[in-house]
Design a protein around this ligand. Structure first.
Ligand code: SAM
Ligand code: SF4
Length: 445
């Protein structure tokens, strides 16, 4: 196809990675990216279904595209991602000007669907299964020095608030050889940091078998094997489940020098009754015990979390328990969410859905507490000298944004080349970033 394309991405890293693949396929087919919607022949909305505002954003965006499509009937509008998988035919019912609806498993068919739309009108493919991982498709990556690598799709858990298992299906792990081949290729092309991606990364491999063996290549083994890839300097992974940070995974993290000292450790709630109703497999003391064990094995590890406020039936007492766990866990940062009922999930039909006012008031208190802790923890780092990877330009002219292994953003005053490593001395701290200065490399005597 000729002409320009524009992709708008909503949601998590999984979607960002899918968008790289969508961009890669369109480029390979002869198209060019543009930032100007008026200039685009193909507009792709890569959607998220995790919370309700994501739905609203899709239909808002489609509303804005309608007059463009009326003026230019050759414009092709594509809806991809989790909402495409969830809403399926409803999308073209609500917005008949959409040309292609492509679900999470059908991404490899995108070009074919666009061609068929050209000839035969609106198309939809929301197949439930594919053999192909997004990482096996061509990519248009944003950075030359870091990359996402898909290691598994789907999730076998059934957290009662979560729509992921409905839109991404059961867990399917990618063969370890395929993952390693991709990482080796990336390292050869100059990538120094990879982030291994999956909905529940640390259950990687449980659905795989090695021919003629009862052994499964599990996440700990994958970490150790990726750690051996020459040229690579940093390994990250997301999103894990606290329950699956088994001792072998912690040992592999501690013993693999390229695996960064950062974990995302989603709490969701600090109240046992709520955790039970969410169908999370741990309780508050167990969670705190696991965290202690990880911190003992990997000192000064950065810890981030996800917390949902206002799950149905959450009492004042339950919420106080969440604040208590947050106080004790001392996370470096937290993604805080107001509970959003997702149609079809078990929690959406529970009684005692809370009012917006109650949820907002609790949410504000939680954010204030976490901001205080984030600032205190950032302050502890002032004076440290740490390795940072330069990621790009900072907000002020001539400045640079870099990242520590523990996943803290560091602002440096000097302009530095993205993809380079420098040592930074931390000179200042805010809740969401650090300030630093470059420590000149020692000149050999
Ligand atoms: N697999 C990860 C885990 O087990 O923690 C979660 C992945 S999910 C894409 C990211 C986060 O979105 C969740 O950790 C949860 O905090 C939040 N989330 C999911 N469903 C939600 C809902 N219905 N309402 C509010 N937040 C939600
Ligand atoms: Fe959703 Fe994560 Fe639970 Fe899976 S483990 S159902 S992705 S919250």
């Amino acid at each position: 196809m000729n002409g320009n394309f524009l992709i708008r991405t909503f949601g998590c890293q999984m979607n960002e990675h899918d968008s790289e693949r969508i961009g890669g396929m369109l480029r390979a087919d002869g198209m060019t990216p543009t930032d100007d919607v008026a200039d685009a022949g193909v507009v792709v909305l890569n959607t998220c279904a995790i919370r309700e505002n994501a739905d609203n954003r899709l239909y808002g965006n489609l509303g804005h595209l309608k007059p463009l499509k009326s003026r230019n009937p050759d414009l092709r509008i594509v809806v991809a991602g989790c909402l495409a998988q969830k809403d399926q035919g409803l999308i073209q019912e609500k917005a008949p000007w959409v040309d292609v609806v492509v679900g999470t498993h059908a991404l490899p068919h995108l070009l074919d669907l666009l061609r068929r739309a050209e000839a035969d009108g609106p198309q939809m493919d929301v197949a439930e299964y594919t053999e192909l991982f997004p990482s096996a498709l061509p990519a248009a990556r944003e950075d030359a020095f870091r990359a996402w690598v898909s290691i598994a799709t789907g999730c076998d858990n059934a957290c009662t608030f979560c729509i992921v298992p409905f839109v991404r299906g059961a867990q399917r792990s990618r063969a370890i050889g395929d993952v390693l081949a991709e990482v080796q290729g990336l390292a050869r092309s100059g990538v120094v940091e990879v982030t291994l991606l999956g909905q529940n990364v640390n259950t990687y491999g449980r659905d795989l078998t090695v021919p003629e063996s009862s052994r499964r290549p599990l996440f700990a083994e994958l970490l150790r094997r990726v750690n051996e890839v020459e040229g690579l300097r940093r390994i990250r992974f997301t999103s894990p489940h606290p329950h699956d940070f088994t001792p072998d995974v912690i040992d592999a993290m501690a013993e693999s020098e390229k695996v960064c000292e950062h974990i995302h450790f989603p709490l969701q709630s600090g109240a046992d009754a709520v955790l039970k109703a969410m169908q999370r497999s741990y309780r508050r003391e167990r969670y705190l015990g696991w965290l202690e064990r990880i911190r003992a094995a990997i000192p000064r590890i950065g810890v981030s979390t996800d917390i949902i406020v206002g799950f149905p039936g959450e009492t004042d007492r339950d919420f106080a328990d969440t604040l208590d766990v947050v106080e004790r866990a001392r996370f470096d940062s937290a993604y805080t969410f107001q509970y959003s009922p997702r149609p079809g999930t078990r929690a959406a039909s529970l009684p005692d859905q809370l009012t917006k006012d109650v949820v907002q008031e609790r949410f504000d208190r939680l954010v204030a507490l976490q901001e205080r802790i984030s600032l205190e923890k950032a302050g502890d780092q002032v004076g440290d000298e740490v390795e940072v990877l330069v990621e790009g330009a900072g907000r002020r002219g001539g400045s640079t944004q870099a990242r520590t292994r523990t996943n803290r953003i560091v602002h440096l005053a000097d302009p530095l080349e993205p993809g380079t490593f420098v040592t930074a001395r931390i000179t200042g701290a805010a809740a969401h970033h650090l300030a630093g200065e470059v420590v000149p490399a020692a000149v050999p005597a």
